[in-house]
Design a protein around this ligand. Structure first.
Ligand SMILES: Cc1ncc(COP(=O)(O)O)c(C=O)c1O
Length: 343
């Protein structure tokens, strides 16, 4: 399949990651995370986030999110998130199944949720008849490709603290957020009050693998059992660990994310020159949301595939990846102009 703007998980594996996989494919290693590669990768995370954290690996982002949430909730609790949150609209009812919790959504127009909206949703505390709110979950970047500032995150964390809630961040594209903010990971996660972080690898060049990071170690006590029960304990763990080690070494994560963010910025710049299309969201990371006349979408998708995000408004999501090249953007924009010219 040609390059597409379908998603950053349409891309293949970054060569550095593939090399790392090949390198650790030598001989035997203790399974289930008892190996030296897993220990090394965990140390790498500690270099970024500090020593007093707990790190666990999982296969996918849904598993990381759901099990992270399961570790701090009981089935009579509820979780506040945006109405666009991946945990709400793109993970089926996995979080409901594994946590038993009700999800309470907040309407979003830019992918973000704001403190006053969270305050509004905290209701009937200590009322045995009502689901008891326990966690606030945000995505960074959001599903709309927008990025919270560290201050915005701190403000959410303050609300969470004031109401005894835990704060979870879905960071499936966290490297894109770090590059966008020009901050280190810690500044807008741990230092901004996040308790549990899903740290993504797959969308930034890994073959598979995500990490769940606990910034308050007392929260992770039961996690090994929760992960096993949740079927996310990889037996040949060295293959997730080696990928993270490579991603977090020599700024591989940063270069990949700088590239994909840069390509999205370039694409957006080209699209802004075309009056018949409208960019709908701030292009903070590697996604461009754009309204394109519905009549030309199927033909444009033939050129390079992308998803229609909102059918009613004909809003498309164009996602750039570590392997998006300027010439793919040129080709796409050329085709777009050509199709618009025929309308
Ligand atoms: C915001 C967000 N969170 C999490 C995920 C992880 O999903 P998966 O379970 O497919 O790895 C995705 C993937 O699309 C995502 O966009």
């Amino acid at each position: 399949m040609n390059h597409s703007f379908g998603s950053d998980n349409y891309s293949g594996v970054h060569p550095k990651i593939m090399e790392a996989l090949t390198r650790v494919n030598e001989g035997h290693a203790t399974s289930y995370g008892g190996d030296e590669y897993t220990a090394k990768a965990i140390e790498k995370f500690k270099e970024y986030f500090g020593n007093d954290i707990d790190v666990f690996f999982a296969y996918n982002g849904t598993g990381a999110n759901v099990l992270g949430l399961a570790s701090v909730t009981k089935s009579f609790n509820s979780i506040i998130c945006s109405d666009l949150a991946h945990i709400h609209v793109d993970e089926s009812t996995a979080s409901e199944k594994f946590t038993g919790c009700r999800q309470i959504t907040v309407a979003t127009i830019d992918g973000k949720i704001y403190p006053h909206q969270i305050e509004d949703r905290i209701q009937r505390v200590n009322d045995q008849h009502h689901p008891q709110v326990k966690v606030v979950s945000i995505s960074q970047p959001t599903e709309y490709g927008t990025v919270y500032s560290p201050e915005e995150i701190s403000r959410i964390s303050k609300v969470a603290r004031n109401h005894n809630l835990y704060f979870h961040m879905d960071g499936s594209r966290i490297s894109n957020a770090a590059v966008s903010l020009n901050k280190n990971f810690r500044e807008f996660t741990r230092d901004a009050g996040v308790d549990i972080l899903s740290f993504g690898g797959t969308k930034n060049g890994m073959m598979f693998g995500e990490a769940i990071i606990f910034f308050r170690q007392q929260l992770s006590e039961d996690f090994p059992y929760i992960r096993k029960q949740g079927m996310q304990l990889h037996s040949k763990m060295r293959f997730i660990a080696a990928q993270f080690d490579a991603l977090l070494s020599d700024d591989c994560w940063k270069r990949n994310a700088m590239h994909s963010n840069g390509m999205a910025a370039r694409l957006a710049e080209e699209l802004r020159k075309i009056p018949q299309v409208t960019i709908t969201q701030s292009v903070d990371a590697n996604a461009v949301f754009v309204i394109i006349p519905a009549a030309i979408i199927p033909a444009l998708q033939q050129e390079q595939f992308f998803y229609v995000w909102t059918e009613k408004t004909s809003e498309a999501r164009l996602m750039c990846s570590f392997d998006t090249r300027p010439e793919y953007i040129e080709k796409f924009v050329k085709k777009l102009r050509e199709l618009l010219g025929r309308l």
